[in-house]
Design a protein around this ligand. Structure first.
Ligand SMILES: *[C@@H]1O[C@H](CO)[C@@H](O)[C@H](O)[C@H]1NC(C)=O
Ligand SMILES: *[C@@H]1O[C@H](CO)[C@@H](O)[C@H](O)[C@H]1NC(C)=O
Ligand SMILES: *[C@@H]1O[C@H](CO)[C@@H](O)[C@H](O)[C@H]1NC(C)=O
Length: 204
Protein backbone atom coordinates (compact mmCIF):
# COMPACT_ATOMS: atom_id res chain seq x y z
CA UNK A 1 0.00 0.00 0.00
CA UNK A 2 2.72 2.38 1.03
CA UNK A 3 4.64 1.91 -2.20
CA UNK A 4 1.48 2.35 -4.27
CA UNK A 5 0.81 5.57 -2.38
CA UNK A 6 4.35 6.78 -3.04
CA UNK A 7 3.99 5.84 -6.69
CA UNK A 8 0.78 7.87 -7.01
CA UNK A 9 2.35 10.82 -5.22
CA UNK A 10 5.38 10.82 -7.50
CA UNK A 11 3.17 10.32 -10.56
CA UNK A 12 1.13 13.36 -9.50
CA UNK A 13 4.32 15.36 -9.11
CA UNK A 14 5.19 14.57 -12.72
CA UNK A 15 1.77 15.42 -14.12
CA UNK A 16 0.76 18.49 -12.11
CA UNK A 17 1.42 21.56 -14.20
CA UNK A 18 4.24 23.61 -12.79
CA UNK A 19 5.22 20.96 -10.25
CA UNK A 20 8.30 20.03 -12.22
CA UNK A 21 9.66 22.58 -14.65
CA UNK A 22 13.04 21.88 -16.15
CA UNK A 23 13.68 25.58 -16.84
CA UNK A 24 12.64 26.69 -13.34
CA UNK A 25 11.01 30.08 -13.73
CA UNK A 26 13.45 31.50 -16.25
CA UNK A 27 11.53 33.23 -19.06
CA UNK A 28 11.49 31.74 -22.57
CA UNK A 29 13.54 34.76 -23.67
CA UNK A 30 16.50 33.13 -21.84
CA UNK A 31 16.11 29.67 -23.38
CA UNK A 32 18.46 28.90 -26.29
CA UNK A 33 16.80 27.78 -29.53
CA UNK A 34 13.53 29.28 -28.32
CA UNK A 35 11.66 31.55 -30.77
CA UNK A 36 11.29 34.12 -28.00
CA UNK A 37 15.01 34.31 -27.23
CA UNK A 38 16.58 37.71 -26.62
CA UNK A 39 19.96 38.04 -24.96
CA UNK A 40 19.25 39.17 -21.39
CA UNK A 41 21.14 42.02 -19.71
CA UNK A 42 23.53 40.89 -16.99
CA UNK A 43 21.92 40.97 -13.53
CA UNK A 44 23.16 42.74 -10.44
CA UNK A 45 24.38 40.02 -8.09
CA UNK A 46 23.33 39.36 -4.53
CA UNK A 47 26.98 39.60 -3.64
CA UNK A 48 27.13 39.58 0.17
CA UNK A 49 27.12 35.88 0.85
CA UNK A 50 28.63 32.93 2.64
CA UNK A 51 28.60 29.41 1.27
CA UNK A 52 30.10 25.97 1.40
CA UNK A 53 32.26 25.34 -1.63
CA UNK A 54 34.21 22.66 -3.42
CA UNK A 55 37.02 23.57 -5.81
CA UNK A 56 39.28 21.64 -8.17
CA UNK A 57 42.27 23.35 -9.72
CA UNK A 58 44.45 21.56 -12.21
CA UNK A 59 47.22 22.38 -14.63
CA UNK A 60 50.00 20.47 -16.35
CA UNK A 61 51.82 20.21 -12.98
CA UNK A 62 49.19 19.86 -10.28
CA UNK A 63 45.76 18.67 -9.27
CA UNK A 64 44.44 20.37 -6.15
CA UNK A 65 41.01 19.64 -4.66
CA UNK A 66 39.77 21.59 -1.69
CA UNK A 67 36.52 22.13 0.18
CA UNK A 68 35.44 24.60 2.78
CA UNK A 69 33.54 27.69 3.66
CA UNK A 70 33.72 31.05 1.89
CA UNK A 71 32.60 34.56 2.79
CA UNK A 72 32.37 37.15 0.02
CA UNK A 73 31.91 40.72 1.21
CA UNK A 74 32.16 43.49 -1.40
CA UNK A 75 30.90 46.04 1.16
CA UNK A 76 33.97 45.29 3.30
CA UNK A 77 36.25 44.42 0.38
CA UNK A 78 37.31 40.98 1.54
CA UNK A 79 37.03 37.30 0.74
CA UNK A 80 37.67 34.83 3.54
CA UNK A 81 38.20 31.17 2.74
CA UNK A 82 38.48 28.39 5.33
CA UNK A 83 39.45 25.15 3.66
CA UNK A 84 40.64 21.58 4.13
CA UNK A 85 42.88 19.62 1.73
CA UNK A 86 45.41 16.80 1.96
CA UNK A 87 45.15 16.68 5.76
CA UNK A 88 45.82 20.41 6.08
CA UNK A 89 43.61 23.15 7.46
CA UNK A 90 44.01 26.60 5.99
CA UNK A 91 42.38 29.95 6.43
CA UNK A 92 42.93 32.62 3.80
CA UNK A 93 42.00 36.26 4.12
CA UNK A 94 42.09 38.29 0.90
CA UNK A 95 42.07 42.05 1.48
CA UNK A 96 40.85 43.67 -1.74
CA UNK A 97 41.55 47.18 -0.43
CA UNK A 98 45.24 46.24 -0.87
CA UNK A 99 45.90 45.15 -4.45
CA UNK A 100 48.67 45.77 -7.00
CA UNK A 101 48.07 47.24 -10.44
CA UNK A 102 48.69 43.76 -11.91
CA UNK A 103 45.62 42.57 -9.98
CA UNK A 104 47.46 40.70 -7.22
CA UNK A 105 45.78 40.82 -3.82
CA UNK A 106 47.05 40.92 -0.24
CA UNK A 107 46.64 37.44 1.25
CA UNK A 108 47.14 36.38 4.87
CA UNK A 109 47.26 32.60 4.93
CA UNK A 110 47.17 30.66 8.18
CA UNK A 111 47.82 26.93 7.78
CA UNK A 112 47.72 24.02 10.18
CA UNK A 113 50.00 21.46 8.60
CA UNK A 114 49.16 17.78 9.02
CA UNK A 115 52.75 16.96 9.98
CA UNK A 116 53.25 19.74 12.51
CA UNK A 117 51.30 20.88 15.55
CA UNK A 118 52.18 24.52 14.88
CA UNK A 119 50.26 26.92 12.71
CA UNK A 120 52.10 28.96 10.10
CA UNK A 121 51.17 32.48 9.05
CA UNK A 122 52.26 33.65 5.63
CA UNK A 123 51.50 36.97 3.94
CA UNK A 124 52.10 38.27 0.44
CA UNK A 125 50.40 39.42 -2.74
CA UNK A 126 48.87 36.52 -4.69
CA UNK A 127 46.91 35.83 -7.82
CA UNK A 128 43.77 34.65 -6.04
CA UNK A 129 41.58 31.68 -7.02
CA UNK A 130 38.84 33.45 -5.06
CA UNK A 131 37.97 36.72 -6.83
CA UNK A 132 35.83 39.22 -4.95
CA UNK A 133 32.40 39.15 -6.59
CA UNK A 134 30.86 42.61 -6.44
CA UNK A 135 27.21 43.40 -6.99
CA UNK A 136 27.86 44.93 -10.41
CA UNK A 137 30.66 42.56 -11.56
CA UNK A 138 28.66 41.14 -14.49
CA UNK A 139 27.32 44.56 -15.51
CA UNK A 140 30.76 46.20 -15.32
CA UNK A 141 32.35 43.49 -17.47
CA UNK A 142 29.48 43.53 -19.95
CA UNK A 143 28.97 39.79 -19.33
CA UNK A 144 27.93 37.63 -22.28
CA UNK A 145 24.98 35.33 -21.60
CA UNK A 146 26.11 31.70 -21.88
CA UNK A 147 22.75 29.97 -21.64
CA UNK A 148 20.98 27.98 -18.94
CA UNK A 149 22.94 24.99 -17.66
CA UNK A 150 22.64 22.26 -15.05
CA UNK A 151 25.19 22.12 -12.24
CA UNK A 152 25.91 19.64 -9.54
CA UNK A 153 24.41 20.76 -6.18
CA UNK A 154 21.87 23.06 -7.86
CA UNK A 155 18.22 22.25 -8.34
CA UNK A 156 17.23 22.71 -12.00
CA UNK A 157 18.94 25.20 -14.27
CA UNK A 158 21.15 28.21 -13.57
CA UNK A 159 22.32 30.99 -15.89
CA UNK A 160 25.92 31.01 -17.16
CA UNK A 161 27.57 34.41 -17.71
CA UNK A 162 30.94 34.83 -19.43
CA UNK A 163 33.44 37.59 -18.70
CA UNK A 164 37.11 38.30 -19.34
CA UNK A 165 38.23 38.86 -15.75
CA UNK A 166 40.84 41.64 -15.61
CA UNK A 167 40.81 41.47 -19.39
CA UNK A 168 42.87 38.26 -19.47
CA UNK A 169 41.10 35.37 -17.72
CA UNK A 170 37.93 33.90 -19.22
CA UNK A 171 35.53 33.26 -16.32
CA UNK A 172 32.08 31.70 -16.40
CA UNK A 173 29.92 32.75 -13.44
CA UNK A 174 26.84 30.67 -12.60
CA UNK A 175 23.87 32.57 -11.21
CA UNK A 176 20.52 31.25 -10.00
CA UNK A 177 17.08 32.83 -10.44
CA UNK A 178 17.56 34.89 -7.28
CA UNK A 179 20.74 36.42 -8.80
CA UNK A 180 22.89 34.55 -6.30
CA UNK A 181 26.28 33.22 -7.47
CA UNK A 182 26.39 29.43 -7.21
CA UNK A 183 29.82 28.81 -8.72
CA UNK A 184 32.39 29.82 -11.33
CA UNK A 185 34.90 28.24 -13.69
CA UNK A 186 37.91 29.73 -15.42
CA UNK A 187 40.94 28.76 -17.39
CA UNK A 188 44.31 30.28 -18.11
CA UNK A 189 46.39 29.04 -21.03
CA UNK A 190 49.84 29.72 -19.47
CA UNK A 191 50.24 26.42 -17.59
CA UNK A 192 47.01 25.04 -19.11
CA UNK A 193 45.23 25.80 -15.85
CA UNK A 194 41.57 25.15 -15.19
CA UNK A 195 39.67 25.88 -11.97
CA UNK A 196 36.11 24.79 -11.26
CA UNK A 197 34.26 25.96 -8.15
CA UNK A 198 30.78 24.99 -6.99
CA UNK A 199 28.88 26.53 -4.08
CA UNK A 200 26.10 24.99 -2.05
CA UNK A 201 24.25 26.05 1.10
CA UNK A 202 24.57 29.68 -0.07
CA UNK A 203 23.26 32.30 2.39
CA UNK A 204 22.95 35.92 1.31
C1 LIG B 1 17.61 39.31 -11.10
O1 LIG B 1 18.12 40.20 -12.05
C2 LIG B 1 17.27 40.44 -13.15
C3 LIG B 1 18.05 41.27 -14.16
O2 LIG B 1 18.59 42.40 -13.56
C4 LIG B 1 15.99 41.13 -12.64
O3 LIG B 1 15.11 41.34 -13.71
C5 LIG B 1 15.33 40.21 -11.62
O4 LIG B 1 14.21 40.85 -11.05
C6 LIG B 1 16.29 39.84 -10.51
N1 LIG B 1 15.70 38.82 -9.68
C7 LIG B 1 15.71 38.88 -8.34
C8 LIG B 1 15.02 37.76 -7.63
O5 LIG B 1 16.27 39.77 -7.73
C1 LIG C 1 55.56 22.37 -14.98
O1 LIG C 1 55.98 21.18 -15.60
C2 LIG C 1 56.70 21.39 -16.81
C3 LIG C 1 56.89 20.05 -17.49
O2 LIG C 1 57.20 19.04 -16.55
C4 LIG C 1 58.00 22.13 -16.47
O3 LIG C 1 58.74 22.36 -17.64
C5 LIG C 1 57.63 23.47 -15.82
O4 LIG C 1 58.81 24.16 -15.40
C6 LIG C 1 56.75 23.26 -14.63
N1 LIG C 1 56.27 24.58 -14.18
C7 LIG C 1 56.15 24.90 -12.90
C8 LIG C 1 55.64 26.28 -12.62
O5 LIG C 1 56.42 24.15 -11.98
C1 LIG D 1 49.47 45.09 1.68
O1 LIG D 1 49.78 43.76 1.32
C2 LIG D 1 51.17 43.46 1.39
C3 LIG D 1 51.36 42.04 0.84
O2 LIG D 1 50.68 41.08 1.61
C4 LIG D 1 51.63 43.61 2.83
O3 LIG D 1 53.02 43.34 2.89
C5 LIG D 1 51.36 45.04 3.29
O4 LIG D 1 51.68 45.15 4.66
C6 LIG D 1 49.87 45.36 3.09
N1 LIG D 1 49.66 46.77 3.40
C7 LIG D 1 48.72 47.15 4.27
C8 LIG D 1 48.58 48.64 4.44
O5 LIG D 1 48.00 46.37 4.88
Amino acid sequence: MKSLHLFLVSLAACILPGAVSSWNSFPSSMIAFSAGFEEPSPPLLNAEYQANFIQHKWNQNLSHITTGFIQNSPSQNFVRVDEVYDGNLASSFFDYTNTTKEGLVDNVLTTFDAKSKESTIWRDYVNSNFPLFSENLLVEYGAVFGGLVERQFNEGFVAAWNIMYQGVIPVTVYVNEANVTVGYDYFSPGLRTRVITAYFNVKT
